[in-house]
Design a protein around this ligand. Structure first.
Ligand code: UT7
Length: 321
């Protein structure tokens, strides 16, 4: 059995930027409060014509270019998104059609929210390891701006839009060393997006995302701490073996706590939160792409990716880049 290696990454961010100062004009908040409590300075917002599909397509082309492969070489497409173009066909099928590569499996992971990218990466990794496919396209793409209540200051300040893509290719050397996925539905009410489809008794429920931020904050710090221990133990590694933390970008205080847990200086943490806010399933591949592109992350570095979100669902991936 071989490994799956990251052979290319790409990202796409909408042109429009919404700053904290812009938000001050929409809700009762301040730049100072948002920076101090979250670390966010601005976020990108999709234009009316942009969707999770168009952003995924843009990121996909950049990633394929970086990997030096053609669409026909892709053996599987997975798009992690809570804001898909349609309920079905999947964003991945629509992307496949645009890439002109009918035949390979293509599907969305819709409901793993901010943990979606790590879940998708884990699935693609299994297929490559088993030799079933050679290359997989794993994308996180979100238009969170369409599911936040812009009049709710506790949630609208947090999120942004964007897409990140990773091409995994079969390799003899590692690669993805291990992935660890978890979920706990007892925390279903901490973060959720009501969906009327398939639920006739729920038609009057809120259209927008709901979150108990304080509870989620505490839960995430706790579960991520255990997740790191599990990930390192499974690979017989120490904290000092990790060169980079590539976290889900939810709150700088959560990220700082996680860096501390790993004894990593913040210079060794891939951060995009300040510029992009929380882009849900897109946040990890966007952070990864940025740090690879500006050459901070180098071949041979040991990367720890972690994501958590609604479900609760959470997971990690340890990757020798
Ligand atoms: O990918 C999804 C994952 N999401 C997360 O992980 C979110 C995790 N949670 C968080 O990031 C934080 O809990 C928040 C950023 C959402 C909130 O920060 P906090 O430090 O937990 O603030 P808080 O909810 O305890 O609110 C503190 C105060 C309250 O006022 P009082 O009751 O002390 O008078 C809030 O009403 O801040 C007030 N507040 C605001 N003030 C200005 C809440 N939101 C805002 C705001 N601007 N936007």
């Amino acid at each position: 059995m071989g490994y799956a290696q990251i052979i290319g990454t790409g990202g796409y961010l909408p042109e429009k930027i919404l700053t904290n100062f812009d938000l001050e004009k929409i809700v009762d908040t301040s730049h100072e409060w948002i920076v101090e409590r979250t670390g966010i300075h601005q976020r990108h917002i999709a234009a009316a014509h942009e969707t999770s599909l168009t952003m995924a397509e843009n990121a996909a082309h950049v990633a394929m270019n970086a990997a030096g492969i053609m669409p026909a070489e892709i053996g599987m497409i997975i798009v992690a998104t809570t804001t898909p173009e349609k309920t079905f066909p999947s964003t991945a099928c629509l992307l496949q059609q645009r890439l002109g590569i009918a035949g390979c499996p293509a599907f969305d992971l819709n409901s793993t929210a901010c943990a979606g990218f790590v879940y998708a990466l884990s699935i693609a990794d299994q297929f490559i390891r088993q030799g079933a496919i050679n290359n997989a396209m794993v994308i996180g793409s979100e238009v969170m701006s369409r599911v936040v209540d812009w009049s709710d200051r506790t949630i609208s300040i947090l999120f942004g839009d964007g897409a990140g893509a990773v091409i995994l290719g079969a390799a003899e050397q590692p690669g993805v060393l291990s992935t660890h996925l978890h979920a706990d539905g007892t925390h279903k009410d901490v973060l959720f997006l009501p969906n009327h489809i398939g639920n006739v008794t729920d038609v009057d429920t809120e259209l927008y995302m709901q979150m108990n931020g304080k509870q989620l904050f505490k839960l995430s710090v706790n579960i991520l701490g255990h997740l790191f221990d599990e990930t390192l133990a499974a690979n017989n590694l120490k904290k000092s073996d990790v060169n980079w933390l590539v976290p889900h970008q939810a709150n700088i205080r959560i990220i700082e706590a996680m860096a501390k847990k790993l004894d990593l200086p913040m210079e060794r943490v891939a951060i995009t939160l300040n510029e992009q806010g929380n882009t849900s399933a897109a946040s990890i591949p966007l952070a990864l792409d940025k740090a690879i592109r500006d050459t901070r992350i180098k071949r041979g570095d040991m990367l720890l990716l972690e994501g958590f979100g609604g479900g609760l669902a959470w997971g990690s991936a340890l990757i020798k880049y």
